[in-house]
Design a protein around this ligand. Sequence first.
Ligand SMILES: [Ca+2]
Length: 595
Amino acid sequence: MRVSHVRFAARAGVGALTLLLAVGAQAHGRDRQLPQLTPATPGTLIGTCESLLGRLSGLDHTTITTATTVAAGTLSVAGTPVPVHCRVTGFMYQRVSPVDGKTYSIQFEMRLPVAWNGRFFHQGNGGIDGSVVTANAGFGGGALTTPLLQGFAVLSSDAGHSNAQGGPAFGLDPQARLDYGYQAVGKLTPMAKQAIGLAYGKGPDRSYFGGCSNGGRHTLVTAARYTPDYDGYLAGAPGYNLPLAALANIFGAQRYATVATGNPATPPGLESAFTAAERRVLANAVLARCDRLDGAADGLVQNTRTCQRVFDLERDVPTCAGARDGSCLSAAQKAAIAPIFSGATLSDGRRFYAPFPFDGGIGGGGIPFWEFTAPLVLDSGAVGAIFKVPPSVDALTNGPAFSLGLNIDTAYAQLFATDATYTEAAMSFMTPPDARNMNAVRERGAKIIVYHGVSDPIFSVADTERWYRGIDRSSGHRAEDFARLYRVPGMGHCSGGPATDQFDPLTPLVAWVEQGVEPGALVAQARGTGNRGGANADVPADWAAARTRPLCAYPQVARYAGRGDVESAASWKCVGPKGAGRGHDDRDDDRDHDD
Ligand SMILES: [Ca+2]
């Protein structure tokens, strides 16, 4: 089309050519122009907190149970007192399940600052939900700020079921599944906005959604399903393919069980397949091969992608000549472990979940819980009772036996299945519809910031990278206009690991949404001894206690500039191509599942 215009212009003469090119440039510019959302303006809580008990009594499908003033300093964030606010508790859509006879409702709390910044923050919580986590959560490790501390009105909920009623057993009730997946958010959002309007005399000017892990999943699901309701999204370690990740973790447990020397049905027994000493052997081998790729042997691998090409488990990790002694891996261990990293597969070899990168954080303190305990006590209940159609009640009574005996092929199909009782499949209610196309978010001027630990052992950073490449492709390589992905080398699940895991993604998100300030690298700090947000035991002794690093926007990576204090972010720069779609041969990575 453009070529024919130029040809026409060339025939019409130089003047017309210039005009057409100018028009073309203008059209291109217009095409890139996205709406700039206006900034929030502050407000003040009207009347007393306690009076909200009556003033909020008319909210649809909602019962307000308490409205209580919370004095300044009752809550704190890394030693900083949270200002005075009003805590409102209540529940929505109370009902009795026709399937299991239990009473369900969506329990919530809202924390409404007296001095309000004009914004609403919907806090997505982790795990299988089921409890109203205090609406004062931060992001990364040892968070120094939270939305509540900054004056947001914050909502937190149990997503429609209470863990006191049997944890994952809620999955037997089909509506509770849907509320957990996405519908609780859809019910809470208009209620919360209306409550804010009654409390302050105006609704929120700007609305945000954020959380880590399952909270990160909620965030991307909300971006896809409730696009008009929110302006900014902050997703940590988004398990946006959570049912597949949970099944992949069970796949991993079954692999470990083949080389366990203890009873694999108890967590310490399963860990005997890959001990702390052996995980350090692997981490050290990864560092030996990959640490210097970024210009500094500093215990962090910035060039994750290159590292996956140059590191070889078989070649680079010593194979035990005799008995295992913690300094090597046996040939059988390597064979068992390799498929966990290369990506969980069905019996026909088809990969159903992303690979996990080799990284320096494999020896981190948070790894054994996710690798050896979670598959037997969390993923069992999640896959068995919440995701599968039909559910398996034996997963609730004997998780280890369920997970270690599970037929992966059968369970995989059941994540996509429906029946007369469970009319929506887990891979529908738990995931963002069309996850790789978020153009509606882009077009309304909303923004997304995602962060993810490279050594996350439960949700793979590679899956999140693939999501980013997907939204980049579907937007005509304009993901940069509205989304950033920050990878955190060495970091485990949401925080921890030998990493610079303390950072603030919230402030740059708000500046991007409301001021159009495009976020660059985030500066992240290690939490060594004396850190205000709490020390991280995984920080190696030979690091500066307050080491800083830039977290670069994917696909860029940090590189040591060659001079200056290697411990300081100022001596590092973000390098590599910008824009996920250019120069990346990611076809192999993108071929498996959800297509
Ligand atoms: Ca390095």
